[in-house]
Design a protein around this ligand. Sequence first.
Ligand code: COA
Length: 258
Amino acid sequence: MDFVRVDLEENGVAVLTIDRQEKLNALDPQVVEEIGQALLELEIEGPRAIIVTGAGERAFVAGADISAMHAMDAMDAKRFSEIGHAAMALLDRSPIPTIAAVNGFALGGGAEVALACDIRVASENALFGFPEVSLGILPGMGGTQRLPRLIGPAVAKELIFTGRRIDAGEAQRIGLVNRVVAQGEALNAAKELAAEISANGPIAVRHAKTAANRSLDVDLISGLEYEADQFALLFATADAKEGMGAFIEKRKPRFEGR
Ligand code: COA
């Protein structure tokens, strides 16, 4: 892969870095395909958590590649959007928890990559925005669907209709970002968060993510039924016995993911 690399940390956390710094990590079709391919490999490998970040201090991802899109016809654009959707689905539909470490510009497609993650950590120099309408297009990698679900339709529509950029503080106030840290610290903060997650029962975390995702798709009664089934399923795992047993024996649990 030319623009995407994956590093596996000792605690089982994977860090996926988008590295096309000369274009502020902008996403052309090749970069999007590489992200999808890397995430598919991680889906099989099954790390405890996945962190997505951009290389360098200036940008997380400065958007879909405008030069590449300028050359696209409608069918190329449809394909580009679909490849993007497939890759993003591997972030938010995968049972593996995903964290975006946003270290600078997260515009357009960059904001959409961050949106597809479960949790967003931003450095204080991060800038978010959906400038697509200023280019005569619209967010095509999930922004029109995930932003209203995350922060509510009114504020989402304002951001999408105006294309206005917001800083990390405002992003946190509107619920787009979980936490803001000092410049240069987003990746470290994401790693700390991932370490907290990876210390927990891995099967429990996976099922908890799937259950929380379900809340966005179904009515409350169906969601609660799903939760009860997932709750019951975990009682068949050795990790559940270990976790609850460790509490009773006043010791730290040793989860083995089975
Ligand atoms: N697509 C293609 N190339 C991009 C890009 C994008 N989304 N964002 C940045 N780049 C390229 C620039 O064209 C430039 O390339 P060049 O050196 O070959 O000319 C390089 O990355 C550096 O960007 P530059 O614009 O010189 O940096 P800057 O600090 O002056 O401005 C931004 C940074 C992010 C404000 C500006 O690059 C920008 O507005 N980018 C587009 C953001 C956008 O609309 N994204 C949504 C697309 S849907």
